[in-house]
Design a protein around this ligand. Sequence first.
Ligand SMILES: C[S@@+](CC[C@H](N)C(=O)[O-])C[C@H]1O[C@@H](n2cnc3c(N)ncnc32)[C@H](O)[C@@H]1O
Length: 309
Amino acid sequence: MRPLQLACPSCQSPLTVVDADRQRCPACDVTYRRDAGIWRLLALGREDGFRKFVEHYETVRVAEGRCVQDPDRLRALPFRDVSRRRPYEWSMRARSFESLLRHVVSPLERERNGQLRIVDLGSGLGWLAYRLALRGHLVAAVDLVTNDFDGLGAHRRYDCAFDSLQAEFDRLPFPGGGLDLAIYNAAFHYAADYVVTLREALRVLGPDGRVVIMDSPLYRDSSSGAAMVREREDRFERQYGFRSDDIDAEGFVTYDRLATIARTLGIVWELFEPWYGVRWWLKPHVARLRGSREPARFKLIVGRRLRAT
Ligand SMILES: C[S@@+](CC[C@H](N)C(=O)[O-])C[C@H]1O[C@@H](n2cnc3c(N)ncnc32)[C@H](O)[C@@H]1O
């Protein structure tokens, strides 16, 4: 199978290879480069708009102690949090990943009988891209953040290769129709407009491709999600002096929002609930007894185009 074909993030024309570290858009006459193993594929003029977001995001992640530089620690994710700083969080991420394998990746592997073309959207330090590359798939990790402690730069510490692309959700650097699977891994809720973002994912997927939203907060009532966002912004303001990551994100998902998206884009959703343990299962019941707000659920949300009948 050929490597993943890249496309211009501005006009979507397939890029032509200049050499190992340069590809060119013949339509826009722009050359895109690979620096330190990361393809820089933000459309001209887009980088400035994300600068503040990246700065604030990195500030928070460093303060929260989320940097991972040790190769053994990276390669153990999501199954072992070698640092032991967030064992509960990573045990949940591992359950989500197992659910992804069971309900989406393994069935697609059987259906397509071989290598899949996958994009890990909002990949961070790329643990998911690595895990899927280990299974023999062609994987691209896409993110805005390029540092080597929590962003695309971490790719060098893995022992199985995947492509690292600095690009944005709404201007994916792939031609139409070539991918099997697009996965937002704890990242979909950063999108500014879910319909715009998913329309772009559908563009790059083949007719029977799947889009997966995992580990994004899901609520029944949008006021619960809005309250969660307010609580987080208040905390950021106290701790860091700014209210948000400076991206105009929707911030959470609701069942109603999923239904509207499905109608607008002509997709069907299937939801799976990984088993995160009794403590997690009890959370909504405890919240109701205490009269506190509805806690987030994290479901595996799998979308595919409605088939024409
Ligand atoms: C919470 S992190 C999740 C990282 C990783 N997937 C994980 O599970 O550890 C969300 C990631 O989404 C990325 N992101 C947010 N908005 C984005 C956008 N518009 N385009 C590309 N990446 C984006 C952020 O830079 C960040 O790395």
